[in-house]
Design a protein around this ligand. Structure first.
Ligand SMILES: [Zn+2]
Length: 256
């Protein structure tokens, strides 16, 4: 089906014509019936093939170098600057790599993976999994995915979601480990379901015990996938907390 992108303002206007709101304005009676809206669209477009790149860094394990744990965040964005979705998670991935590299070699190898194409169907993580995980899935002891961690009042780990039309379940063991680390650090984290998987989906489908860490889990916040997702919505102190959690969790998983 051909798809066309319109500006955020035009999108809002169209939704108003449809009377489709995330939240019904106060004093307005919700109408649960739809009526046609006539729309003419002229599009002058050209399509071409494109490609993206995954970026991988690693700290080699000392005693079990062939066993791996991975910290994963996507670096592509849907529309707009993508500060919370998902540049802040990439920043945490880099900072975690910098901090852990100073501690010397862990038992297992730690991979810091920045993937492309999450917003268009987790293309980058599917490619990474096909190339590095599938030849020997049992080598991957755990993966920790971060998506949308730059703003929000609660810490969540995901318990299950949908990926490629399949129900995928996050690892209860890795989730329990996250809970233990948060407990040690004095933070509260809770489990929740999610409508759609992020980069955790491809790892779970390949059989890797995987957790997905998030701070906002609803798509009803106004700046998701818009030009408003810029530096001004980032909670800087919250990033420090998230980096503490990821660094401790991935380091402990690599040394179990
Ligand atoms: Zn994302």
């Amino acid at each position: 089906m051909p798809a066309v992108a319109v500006t955020y303002e035009d999108g809002q206007y169209l939704k108003e014509l449809y009377r489709e709101w995330y939240a019904v304005p106060k004093g307005f009676k919700r109408v649960d019936e739809y009526w046609p809206v006539m729309l003419h669209v002229w599009v002058d477009a050209e399509s071409k093939e494109s490609h993206g790149l995954n970026v991988i860094g690693s700290i080699k394990g000392s005693t079990l170098p062939n066993e791996k744990v991975a910290l994963v965040a996507h670096h592509d964005n849907a529309f707009g600057p993508g500060a919370c979705d998902n540049a802040t998670a990439v920043a945490i991935n880099l900072e975690t790599a910098r901090a852990l590299a100073a501690l010397g070699a862990p038992k297992r190898t730690i991979e810091f993976v920045s993937v492309t194409g999450e917003e268009y169907g987790e293309f980058g993580s599917f490619a990474y999994v096909a190339k590095y995980v599938k030849p020997d899935p049992s080598a991957y002891k755990a993966a920790l995915v971060m998506d949308i961690v730059g703003n929000g009042d609660h810490l969540y780990y995901i318990t299950e979601s949908i990926c490629m039309g399949k129900l995928v379940q996050n690892s209860p063991q890795v989730n329990a480990h996250l809970e233990k680390v948060c407990d040690e650090l004095g933070y509260v984290i809770q489990g929740t379901q999610l409508e759609y998987a992020s980069d955790d989906g491809p790892f779970i489908l390949a059989g890797v015990p995987t957790s997905y860490l998030a701070k906002l889990i609803s798509n009803s916040w106004p700046w998701l996938h818009t030009y408003m997702d810029d530096f001004s919505v980032v909670d800087i102190n919250g990033l420090t907390v998230m980096a503490e959690i990821t660094a401790n969790t991935i380091w402990q998983l690599a040394n179990l």
